[in-house]
Design a protein around this ligand. Structure first.
Ligand SMILES: C[S@@+](CC[C@H](N)C(=O)[O-])C[C@H]1O[C@@H](n2cnc3c(N)ncnc32)[C@H](O)[C@@H]1O
Length: 123
């Protein structure tokens, strides 16, 4: 939720997927309280595993380390080449990052889908 709100401050139009309905409601209230229009940040109570993510060209994830490998395969199947993916706290085990920032609990990794695909065809 915080990632979505922060991204709107940077000028992005964002959609957050959260399957916990209480957290989804809280995110909507917090965004409204911060004066963020609902067409700039929307929060959808939905399982992203059942969601086609192919229309997104910036994706930020903050999930448990055990799902990152299979999530990488889903994103490789769905996202356009120009998409940038940011992983928070836990990196994708099979991907080579373009950049990384911060350390410890705040570390993030940036991946570009075109570079990920080029490397996976070379392997
Ligand atoms: C590590 S927490 C992220 C905390 C917070 N959203 C943030 O960005 O600081 C992971 C969140 O992902 C949600 N989540 C896990 N699996 C999901 C799924 N398949 N679809 C949607 N949300 C999911 C959990 O309910 C949890 O709130």
């Amino acid at each position: 939720m915080q990632k979505v709100i922060s991204a709107t401050v940077e000028g992005f139009q964002c959609t957050g997927f959260e399957m916990n309905s209480i957290l989804t409601g809280y995110a909507r209230v917090k965004a409204k309280w911060k004066g963020i229009p609902s067409n700039t940040a929307s929060f959808i109570n939905q399982d992203f595993w059942k969601t086609d993510l192919s229309k997104y060209n910036n994706v930020t994830v903050f999930l448990a380390p055990g799902v990152m490998e299979v999530l990488g395969r889903k994103l490789e199947n769905e996202l356009p080449d120009e998409t940038r993916v940011i992983a928070c706290r836990f990196p994708f085990p099979d991907w080579t990052p373009t950049a990384t920032e911060d350390e410890g609990l705040d570390q993030t990794w940036a991946y570009d889908m075109d570079a990920i695909r080029k490397l996976s065809t070379q392997a």
